[in-house]
Structures are given as C-alpha cells and as structure tokens.
Design a binder for this molecule. Structure first.
Ligand SMILES: [Zn+2]
Length: 477
C-alpha cells in the first residue's frame, strides 16, 4: 500500500474511542487506521504526533462571513469574508464551515445559492457549505424551491422567529411568520431537509425594547433582560410543538439558557429529532461580563445569560443533550465590535472560530472531564451528522476525508494577540488554555502549522450535503 501521509504516534480519536493508532492517508482520504508503527512510510510524508491528540478536523456549523452588518443600516458594511476568516479556522483546527445564504422577498433560491457559492469560490482555506436562510414575507411559491435545494446538496433551512433587533426603517426583517415556518417544516420533512431555528419570542423581545427605552434603561448590560430566558423558553417550546406536529427535525442555534436545554431535553426524551447548539462564549461567559471594558466582544444574540445557564450548557455538552459547540462567527474589527454600548446598538456575533476547538479542549476535556470521544462529537462529528456531511467529514475512519487536527496538550499559557490570525483582536486574548491546536490537515494536505498558514485560499471546496434519514427521525447525537 503506497501511502502519501502517515500521522504517527498520536492519541487518535476514532469512533471506537481514543487510542494509540497511526493514520495512513492516500490522496485526500484516510486509507487505514493501524496499530502504531505498522504502516509503510516509504514515499510518504510523516507527521510525528507523539504526545499529541489527533482529532477530526473541526466542523463549524454557524458562521456569518461577508455578511451585512445590520446594527447601523444607515452605514452599510460587511463582516470579514472567507479569505480572512478561514485563515483562523485553518490555524485553529477547523476544516469545514457552514455559512448562510439569505433568501429575502424578491430573491429566488437557486440564484441566491449561486451568488454565495461564487463569493466563496477560490477564497476559502477550508471546505464549506451554506444553510439557506428564509427571511421576511416570502411568497409562498418560494417554498416550492426547497426540494430542489435539498436535492442539490443544501438540505438545511434557517429561520428566525424574531426580528432580533428593534425596528428600523432601513432594516429588512429577519422574522419568518409562524405559518411560513410551518410550511418550511412540512416541505423539509417531506424531502429530507431540516430546520435550523433562531428561536426567541418576538413579542417579548420587541416589547422589552420599548419598555426599556421608556424606562431609560438602555445600558447594554441589560441585554439578557431584553433577550430573556423566558423568551427562549417560550420560543423553543413553540417551535418544538410545530416541529412535532409536522414530523420535522429541528436544530436550535445558539442555545443560551437552561430553559432552552430543558425544552430540547424533554423533546429528545420523547424521541423527537431535536438538536441543540450552543456557543463557546455562552458556555464561558455570563451577563456580568457585559460590564467589563471589552465585555460586548462576547455578545451575540440572544445574549449571555446567568451562571446557572452556563452550567446547564456545559452539562449538555459534556453529558449529552447539547449536540454541537459553534461560534456564530461574525468577524469585524475591534472598533466595529465595540462601537455600541446600548441594548439598541451593540454589535452581535462572535469572533471565535479560530479559538473554538482549543477552548473546547481546555474547558471541556481538561477542566470538566469531557471524554476525547465526546470532544470530537461536539466539535466535529455531530455537526457533520446533523447537517449531512458525515461520514465524509467529522470522523477519523477509512474512506473519510483526511481532515484532522493535532492538539498539543502540553501548551499551557494565556492566549496572546499573536495566537490569532483574523482581525485586530480576539475575545479570547488572555484566556488561559491547557492544550491548543498546532497542525491542521485538510484532505491530506497540511494547511496550517504552529500558527503559520501553509495552504491557499483556493484549498476549500463546496461540499454537497445529504442528511441521513435516521437524523431526521429521532435524536441520533
Ligand atoms: Zn448566527
């Protein structure tokens, strides 16, 4: 067997658990996982992984790159694009990301997908796909285009149950009405698709904005009282009720509250295909953090919550119930991220895709006893399964793409400015880590090594997705 790459001597996380294995790669795929020292290395590049953890390349299911910043619609601007942000993903051990393709009234699905794919073509260091976001008062005939999108490899549809921000004449709505969400669920359920839901109770949120303005309580540190725990509780339960009535599978983005985790847990216990995502900053920070000088760096909608919520999120990540750890990546400069201070004008989104795998290792594996198998699930495998990339992505097994990351568990220090490769700041500067990604391999090629980007922005490819029917029938991960 002629191998092109051998990853030798590491602790490898496989579906059968973590152990001492060598990984043999032919071309872009894993050919074999073998006992240590048994693989032929003539003609192969050898990556020495002794003392390292070898994990599946991260799958980041929630990014907003090259995305209009809607906080100040009177000053149009965009987040950084894939050419910038995926450098960080490469260095941080993430080899696939899923961004969004927005469909608003006046847009047809196929053209929207084509435009987004053209923006990424030749500009991403890692592989990618897009969720199709359905926004606003879409004509009903748009929903007839969903089956074609599913068939062409885009089987996940994002909807917002809220406009998220206070009304503004120049801001297009995010919210899809509940009847149209029902329609999207019905069509998706009938054709192998899944709903991705930003679930907050729009009326509670919008009335809270009005009340807080009337009461002069505009300080952004009140954000968790506007985008409240109750709002998450009511909206998650309403969306779950609709999903169960339509036999649809549903994935909740950025679960932020204990109430969200509990709603998802009850539905899953009853056998419903309901999945929760959370974000590393939701698990690591609470609303007190908003009062610190750079506190709004960790803000994204809905909001940071309370210590009890952080605990519930970690319980779900470590022991089950929360399936994925994502970012809600929204890369901007520090000046843009911190330009607002009130509940009406702070900038949402996180800059954390580069830190995600390393933070999950430190906070999950080292501090909270998460198994290496579970670490791989929440950073890679589960997102790949839920969104139809598995087993090509998210797993170290023969036949899968040779996407992997070497983590050095002996790196113990506070993160510094130089550890990051996107924008002029990271919310994770100063965070003490115990273990950090050092080498990233995408389809058999080393694309980053010890903070140096070795790949090209043309390396990433659009990956067609197809969701396993089991994922849509019951909670499989
Ligand atoms: Zn988002």
């Amino acid at each position: 067997m002629g191998l092109d790459l051998v990853v030798r001597g590491g602790t490898v996380i496989t579906p059968q658990g973590a152990g001492a294995w060598d990984v043999g790669v032919q071309g872009e795929r894993i050919a074999v996982i073998a006992l240590p020292g048994t693989l032929p290395t003539e003609g192969a590049r050898v990556l020495e992984a002794a003392g390292h953890v070898v994990a599946p390349g991260g799958v980041e299911p929630h990014t907003h790159l090259a995305h209009p910043i809607r906080t100040r619609p009177e000053h149009p601007s965009e987040t950084l694009g894939p050419e910038d942000d995926t450098r960080g993903m490469a260095c941080g051990g993430t080899t696939t990301h899923i961004d969004f393709c927005f469909v608003r009234p006046g847009t047809e699905l196929p053209e929207a997908i084509e435009r987004r794919a053209a923006r990424w073509q030749g500009r991403s260091h890692v592989d990618y796909s897009f969720h199709v976001t359905l926004c606003g008062a879409l004509p009903l005939r748009v929903f007839d285009q969903l089956p074609e999108a599913i068939a062409s490899g885009f089987p996940s549809f994002k909807v917002f149950t809220t406009d998220v921000l206070p009304p503004h004449p120049a801001r297009a709505p995010f919210r899809l009405d509940f009847g149209r969400i029902q329609l999207a669920m019905q069509v998706a359920a009938g054709h192998g698709g899944l709903l991705v839901v930003h679930a907050e109770d729009d009326e509670l949120v919008q009335t809270a904005y009005e009340r807080f303005r009337a009461e002069g309580r505009l300080d952004g540190a009140n954000m968790h009282l506007v985008h409240s725990k109750l709002s998450e509780q009511l909206a998650f339960r309403r969306a779950i009720g609709l999903a169960r009535a339509t036999d649809s599978a549903v994935y909740f983005v950025h679960t932020s509250a204990r109430e969200g985790v509990e709603a998802v847990g009850e539905a899953r216990a009853a056998g419903a295909p309901v999945y929760a995502e959370t974000l590393h900053q939701y698990a690591c920070f609470d609303a007190e953090h908003y009062r610190t000088p750079r506190g709004f760096c960790a803000h994204t909608y809905p909001s940071l919550k309370l210590p009890e919520d952080r605990e519930a999120l970690w319980r779900g990540l470590v022991h089950g119930g929360v399936s994925t750890l994502a970012t809600d990546e929204y890369p901007t400069s520090l000046a843009v991220k911190l330009q607002g201070r009130t509940i009406e004008d702070v900038t949402g989104g996180n800059l954390g895709a580069e830190a995600r795998v390393g933070i999950a290792y430190t906070e999950g594996v080292v501090k909270r006893g998460m198994s290496l198998a579970r670490f791989a699930e929440v950073t890679a495998t589960n997102a790949a399964r839920i969104f139809g990339l598995y087993p090509r992505k998210g797993v170290l097994a023969p036949g899968s793409d040779a996407d992997l990351v070497l983590i050095d568990p002996t790196i113990r220090r506070p993160l510094g400015h130089d550890d990051f490769h996107v924008s002029d700041y990271s919310p994770w500067e100063g965070w003490e880590v115990a273990g950090w990604p050092v080498t990233t391999v995408l389809r058999g090629r080393v694309i980053a090594d010890h903070g140096r980007v070795l790949g090209d922005p043309g390396d990433g490819r659009l990956v067609p997705r197809r969701i396993d029917p089991a994922v849509l029938g019951r909670p499989v991960c």
